[in-house]
Ligand binder design. Structure first.
Ligand code: CP3
Length: 344
């Protein structure tokens, strides 16, 4: 079984010789070769230049026996394509130019042609596929409309998310129009990533957990469902909704094929709540990779054990790789998964 067929089998809930493994934010400050490239090019330039994005995408694959690569890009390319640029703060974090602090700015977003302006991502996917070969899975992604709206309206990360919540509460029509623009753009963007060679796509709802419980459906989930409906059923969609693992039935009703779990749920418990056709991905705490190879092996083993015997399982972290992750811990993680036993 090659890496790509292993990934696709697990994504479709079919048996595999062992769980496939890939890691989010494979690219990042923990890799010296990434840091070296970043001394020559800034983050946004690397994202926008297919040759550089390809190089960064492939860096982790050269070190670790991963079954899938995720294209190096960012969720904030969509706001940029709609007319709101972003920038990388060297001290860490991401900022948006001109936060959407007035209704006129929301109305001025340029939806027409937005997916075309992301051609550099499709080019990066095609170039990556050409260099990666046919035997490894390649993933595309986007942010959920809610998560993108959070960054666009707040102007970056936020402590209380008061601005986006005020908009959703006081201007429901403007909010819904913004969400529709984002939903349509995300759906077309994902479709074109698939056309450019992505085997599966992941939707990141990183900020769903700030929604009041009774509004999660209205503010976030329905728009995610909208993207998956528009995409059609031929593409495996991975849904990652940080902090929302207690809502497995609702998340699964979006039509996603795979739910990516953070570390707040025991995977065996998640599996008991999940329909049999649903694959699960996750959920090692990324901070484990700052401990020691021994602890990483033990924790990786524990996660694997909790899913022993279940078809449809993809090994992953519960969130992105953190900058202080140790390379020897990543090695220990991958080695433990690669030498684990067959799935159901
Ligand atoms: O795994 C990969 O490398 C794939 C590419 C990828 C990146 N960002 C590159 C990146 C993916 C899948 C993302 C997703 C992303 N980006 C999300 C959703 C997932 C999540 O984290 O919840 C979000 C919210 C963003 C927005 C974003 N990008 C933030 C908030 C930051 C700053 C994070 C930090 O630690 O400072 C980024 C920067 C970013 N995006 C990095 C990478 C590799 C770090 C770049 C660096 O430090 O050089």
């Amino acid at each position: 079984m090659n890496a790509r067929s292993r990934f696709l089998a697990a994504a479709n809930c079919l048996p595999t010789d062992r769980p496939p493994v890939w890691l989010m934010r494979q690219a990042g400050r923990y890799l010296p070769e990434y840091r070296a490239l970043k001394t020559k090019h800034d983050f946004v330039t690397m994202v926008r230049t297919p040759e550089l994005a390809t190089e960064v995408t492939l860096q982790p694959l050269q070190r670790f026996a991963l079954d899938a690569a995720i294209i190096f890009s960012d969720i904030l390319v969509i706001p940029e394509a709609l007319g709101q640029p972003y920038y990388f703060r060297e001290q860490g974090g991401i900022g948006m130019e001109a936060p959407l602090d007035r209704i006129e700015k929301i109305k001025a977003l340029q939806k027409d042609g937005a997916a075309d302006r992301l051609a550099y991502v499709y080019d990066a996917l095609r170039l990556t596929r050409a260099q990666l070969g046919e035997d490894t899975a390649l993933l595309g992604f986007c942010g959920s409309p809610w998560t993108l709206a959070c960054y666009m309206v707040e102007g970056g990360s936020s402590k209380d998310f008061a601005k986006i919540k005020t908009l959703a509460w006081t201007e429901p029509k403007v909010f819904a129009d913004l969400m529709e623009t984002l939903t349509d753009t995300c759906a077309e963007y994902l479709r074109r990533q698939v056309d450019a060679g992505a085997d599966a796509v992941q939707i990141f709802d990183s900020w769903g957990a700030i929604c009041p419980a009774h509004l999660y459906e209205t503010w976030s989930l329905r728009w995610i469902r909208g993207i998956i409906d528009r995409l059609g059923s031929d593409v495996p969609v991975i849904l990652y909704a940080k902090g929302m693992c207690h809502l497995i039935p609702q998340l699964s009703a979006t039509g996603a094929s795979i739910l990516s779990m953070d570390w707040t749920i025991d995977l065996a418990e998640a599996a008991a709540l999940a329909p049999a056709h649903l694959s699960l991905q996750g959920n090692l705490d990324p901070a484990v990779l700052t401990s020691s190879p021994e602890t990483t092996r033990a924790e990786t083993h524990r996660v694997l054990e909790s899913m022993a015997g279940r078809a449809g399982y993809i090994f992953n972290l519960g969130h992105g790789m953190i900058p202080s992750a140790k390379i020897e811990c990543v090695e220990a993680l991958v080695d433990t998964v690669v030498h684990s036993s067959p799935r159901a």
